[in-house]
Ligand binder design. Structure first.
Ligand code: SF4
Length: 240
């Protein structure tokens, strides 16, 4: 049984009281906290334990599921795991305004001064890239700051305008630093639900790997790192 108000599930989170709108620096001041949260989620973990990004702390950003960036075609529109996150702080912004990106940039610059190994950001625990311009913002700042890297999943099609921007950023920066996987897509470097059956060319196998955390083989993402490893062509997730 899918949780929450059916009407809200048509377009936004089922937890509207957890949403903060950031359309100005004043909104940000009134909110009184950071947009980028240091991970305290047991699934993600806190500090990267291996690989090229070892010792980087993990931060995350959550937008409002369904309302901020999620394409209607998302396989998990109704069953979004945000339905099980009553306490997550979620942000929304006027997609035409620049201020949300300006605030993120300021936070990132401060964090890069604080953490000498750099930072790794999980985009987006909830929500998705809400415009091509916003996707390009991330590509641009990862390019500008060598100690910044991001990973996450997008439900946008690789053929969409936003998907195209993400692919350009990956090609430019390398997947390891801009590790955005296409969800439920018939492409390399995807992240699919176990029930999703990609339509691949004959004789092509992406050697899918089931997320080891879901199989209790690793404690969390920071001790795994497969999602930002370009050798893992396809990660499978058991449906929540
Ligand atoms: S495959 Fe590894 S990095 Fe990816 S979600 Fe699972 S535990 Fe996290």
């Amino acid at each position: 049984m899918i949780k929450g108000n059916k009407e809200l599930r048509r377009y936004t989170t089922i937890y509207p009281k957890t949403v903060t709108t950031i359309n100005s620096w004043n909104d940000y001041k009134n909110y009184g906290h950071k947009l980028l949260k240091q991970s305290n989620n047991s699934k993600l973990g806190k500090i990267i334990g291996k690989g090229a990004f070892v010792k980087k702390p993990l931060y995350s950003l959550s937008l409002v599921e369904r309302e901020m960036g999620c394409p209607k075609s998302c396989h998990h529109w109704d069953s979004c795991y945000g339905n099980n996150m009553p306490f997550a702080h979620r942000f929304k912004t006027d997609k035409r305004k620049k201020v949300f990106k300006d605030i993120l940039l300021t936070e990132i610059q401060d964090l890069l001064k604080k953490h000498k190994f750099g930072i790794h950001i999980r985009l987006h625990v909830l929500g998705d890239f809400y415009s091509s311009d916003y996707a390009w913002f991330w590509g641009h700042i990862v390019g500008r700051y060598p100690k910044l890297s991001v990973y996450g999943y997008t439900a946008h099609s690789p053929k969409s305008k936003i998907g195209h921007t993400i692919k350009v950023a990956i090609n430019m920066l390398g997947f390891d630093r801009f590790a955005i996987r296409f969800s439920n897509a018939d492409v390399e470097l995807s992240a699919n639900s176990t029930e999703y059956k990609p339509r691949l060319l004959e004789n092509v196998s992406l050697n899918p790997i089931v997320c080891p955390e879901q199989l209790d083989k690793v404690a969390n993402c920071v001790s795994c790192g497969l999602c930002w490893n370009s050798n893992a062509k396809q990660i499978l997730f058991k449906t929540h």
